[in-house]
Design a protein around this ligand. Structure first.
Ligand code: SF4
Length: 196
């Protein structure tokens, strides 16, 4: 799972996000406590994660990818582990985590390219629907190029990634831009026919 999906999963289903039966947000961090007090406190939090949370694995993976856990102080619990435990796991799993972080960055770059291409289609569609530019061959060519670019980016993304329902949802905005471009085409064609 990519980092963005881990974030969504944990935000949507993490037990600590429930309003009434979870420790308060501040309670997930060490207060002014002795080591023994924090050890008890952290054990209670870890037990809560283990016993109640349906997304502990995802939460732990996200914490690892975000570099949670410091060597200087054990001051947090996430994903059923204390800060020191997360740090130990990060060190043990460093090779895999580096590879996952690279894939996360690559997905972010890909997503930005995708949204830029969708925005270009939308902008080109907006230009061509203005009356003064309605018959502009240049505007039409720009829009067609933008649509082609968007389709290329989509195909690259589909080729690289598994195609899932969640990804189809991701493409909703781009699909809307394409739908508008096609609608603008229909309007333009109808307008040109009526003017003759
Ligand atoms: S594993 Fe623990 S810290 Fe993570 S979302 Fe679940 S309850 Fe919250």
């Amino acid at each position: 799972m990519r980092a963005a999906e881990l974030v969504e999963t944990v935000m949507a289903r993490g037990a600590c996000g429930r309003p009434n039966d979870a420790p308060l947000p501040d309670e997930w961090f060490r207060d002014d406590e002795s080591d023994a007090e924090w050890a008890d406190h952290a054990e209670r939090l870890k037990a809560f994660c283990r016993e109640v949370c349906p997304v502990m694995a995802e939460c732990r993976e996200l914490a690892l990818r975000q570099g949670e856990g410091r060597s200087r102080e054990d001051d947090v619990v996430r994903g059923g582990l204390s800060g020191f435990e997360l740090l130990d796991l990060r060190v043990q799993d460093a090779t895999r985590l580096r590879a996952e972080a690279a894939k996360d960055r690559s997905q972010l770059v890909e997503w930005r390219r995708y949204m830029a291409a969708a925005a270009a289609v939308h902008a080109a569609g907006a230009v061509i629907t203005r009356p003064s530019a309605e018959r502009s061959a240049r505007a039409r060519r720009q829009r067609e190029a933008a649509v082609r670019r968007l389709q290329e980016v989509r195909q690259e993304r589909r080729a690289r990634a598994r195609w899932t329902v969640a990804q189809q949802d991701d493409h909703g905005q781009a699909d809307e831009a394409l739908r508008r471009a096609r609608e603008a085409d229909r309007r333009e064609t109808a307008g040109a026919g009526g003017g003759r």
